[in-house]
Ligand binder design. Sequence first.
Ligand code: SF4
Length: 386
Amino acid sequence: MPDNTDFYCPLYNQGLYIEKLTQTEAQVSMCCYQTPSEKLYSDVDFINNDYLSSVRKTYANGQAPVECNACWRLEKLNYQSYRQGAILSQTVHQQSMHSTTVLTNLLYNCENVCNLKCIICGPRYSSLWKDDYKKLGYPIRDRTESKTKTKHNNIFSKLDFSKLENIHFQGGEPFLTTDHKKILQKARNDGSIGNLIVSYNTNGTMLPDQETIELWKQVKLVKIYFSIDSVGDSFNYVRFPADWKQVENNIVNGFFKITDINIVFSIGPTVNITNVFYIGDVINWVEKNIAYNLQGDSTEIYINPVGDVGYGGQVLNLKNLSHELQQRALEYLDKFQYHKAIPPIMNSLSFVSQNPDNWIDYLNQIDQIRSTNWQKALCQLSQHIV
Ligand code: SF4
């Protein structure tokens, strides 16, 4: 038996990620970090799916699957990878059946319907981005175009949810869709709803409706991860056209006032060039306003490194910061080193800059089409540009 414990992941046998692409088809993988299947599926057979089976085979042969390179890269930079998070949150029951192929963890990419066009995103994950992408002259994949018409895609309907223990929803903005409710209703029909830990990535602009609240009352635990990259004017710029005051009010006076459900909240900034000089503001805001969850646990901050989710995600990667700006960022972050979210960001700031000017061109172009002003909105960054 090959020794493959170093790259063991609970999701090889128990995870499924579904990203809907068309009216009837989806890409699959074991999580949202794994390279998705090229092939599209209209029916997902979790046990026999050829893509999932081939990753499982690689692991069984003692090799680290290349499809999981995103995790290996993060671990080299000392970030907590998705794999490491999955190991930490694995239940005893899941551990005991780690070698059995059974669906316990579902990650579901809801409609890409979104009310924001965040600076790091693109039309693959936000319907609102499409027109701006066209104006900027970036190519839009055909598949992405058709994603706006996926309302009636019930690709999950034939899956067996009876052993499900975790469901994570992302989007788009999941609370703008009905996908998450349909999936929770199916879990109820398949008998697993009472065992579920249900989590969401949300941009904080929407509150859950009453139907969602009623479904949440039936699950074991709800976890909400707010995508808060910054606060105030800089938040309004990077999460355009969100209004920080409204989002802040939703979080503090809406979500944090839900008392009749077992629910925990975390903050998940996606670190990139536009907010690396604002991460301390996020830490301060959390400590001042929502330091503790209702159960008395500290509100966690989980840093996500920006991914290639659109052109913005590529050019705003920290690896495009000039050497001088990296030094300024290190000096800034040094003041917040006491927080465990900060050292991994500092560790990642030690590379030879690849395209030090592309991100400035990108922000200038964005400003032209949105009538915004990045130098004013992001003055903690622009003050370092001479
Ligand atoms: S990408 Fe990471 S978390 Fe996902 S299946 Fe691979 S090792 Fe596990």
